[in-house]
Design a protein around this ligand. Structure first.
Ligand SMILES: Cc1cc2nc3c(=O)[nH]c(=O)nc-3n(C[C@H](O)[C@H](O)[C@H](O)COP(=O)(O)OP(=O)(O)OC[C@H]3O[C@@H](n4cnc5c(N)ncnc54)[C@H](O)[C@@H]3O)c2cc1C
Length: 286
């Protein structure tokens, strides 16, 4: 699987193995009118030197985006920067990257991971904002019961939020087990955030939710510029991405590159059982 996974299916979701493979893909997405959230694959790093290598990788990515004039920002996972070993280490690593991004006129999004990391992630986000860094955003997950309260608490920061449904397996004590409840909470969060003072990245492939958001924004007189954008994953519902661009909406494709694709790919399979059939089809083809 590790040797052949990219060829067999994971390659659909992964924008190259190296930065040199990644850059032309970003350029071509930009050419189609999409901006990009770029990420280096990886998470759950358990050694400090390894986190320093990740920081070096992201620094190189930020420099390259600037040098090539790409329309791309950066998204990263705090466990890639050491959150699972030491909150202070992850915070320091992130601060270095956000400061470098600020100097380059760029922006860093902190992905949201398993529920055990939510408090620390929000703490680190607030800490950076408290230091005056504004080019940083965070993610909230609709499947968690706690999220409306988290959103309310963040509004005074005029936050840049990405709203997602949530990708991890969480216990029913913490997250809605039924999809219908997640979908309902997702729409409510979109409304709450759009009415707030910050920026909302509506990150979903759910066209009904997207159409709801568009209708709500229109009814409230909220235009996208500086207020909201849509985000989807590279390799998922590409036609819908282009259609929204054609309709005049800002759309960002979240595109990861690198070698550590396995957990990322497994989450993509879990989101849509049909993807498993797709990979099995490839397996039999070759
Ligand atoms: C830009 C972006 C960033 C994200 N960041 C995070 C994060 O930081 N933390 C986090 O927990 N989660 C994150 N996610 C994942 C998210 O939580 C969901 O797991 C994922 O987006 C699937 O839910 P959905 O909103 O697309 O809606 P769903 O209702 O699950 O899907 C709607 C439709 O989209 C299509 N679709 C959805 N997923 C796939 C797929 N994998 N392959 C093919 N088709 C698919 C299907 O046609 C499906 O019917 C992110 C998602 C996006 C788009």
């Amino acid at each position: 699987m590790t040797a052949h996974g990219l060829r067999l299916g994971a390659g659909r979701f992964v924008a190259g193995r190296t930065l040199d493979e990644f850059v032309p893909i970003v350029r071509s997405l930009n050419g189609e009118g999409l901006t990009v959230a770029s990420a280096i694959l990886g998470e759950g790093v358990l050694s400090e030197p390894e986190t320093r290598a990740v920081v070096a990788g992201y620094r190189e990515l930020l420099e390259r985006i600037a040098a090539e004039g790409l329309r791309a920002n950066v998204a990263l996972k705090l466990t890639h920067l050491g959150l699972a070993i030491d909150e202070r280490l992850a915070a320091a690593n992130l601060r270095e990257l956000v400061a470098r991004a600020a100097a380059l006129g760029n922006f860093v999004r902190i992905d949201m991971e398993e529920s055990a990391h939510v408090d620390a992630t929000l703490r680190i986000y607030r800490e950076l904002r408290g230091l005056g860094l504004v080019n940083v955003g965070v993610v909230l997950q609709a499947y968690l019961y706690r999220t409306p309260a988290d959103l309310e608490a963040l509004l005074p920061w005029i936050p840049n939020l990405r709203l997602v449904k949530g990708a991890y397996l969480e216990p029913p004590a913490l997250a809605f087990p039924r999809k219908a409840d997640v979908d309902r909470q997702y729409l409510n969060l979109i409304k709450l955030s759009l009415k707030g003072p910050g920026f909302t990245a509506i990150a979903t492939h759910d066209e009904a939710a997207i159409r709801h958001a568009i209708a709500f924004a229109k009814a409230e007189g909220i235009t996208p510029a500086g207020r909201f954008e849509f985000q989807m994953l590279y390799g998922v519902r590409s036609k819908l991405q282009r259609q929204l661009v054609a309709e005049g909406f800002p759309v960002r494709a979240a595109a990861p590159f690198g070698h550590a694709w396995y957990p990322y790919f497994m989450r993509r399979l879990a989101e849509r059982p049909a993807n498993v059939a797709f990979i099995l089809g490839n397996l039999f083809k070759g």
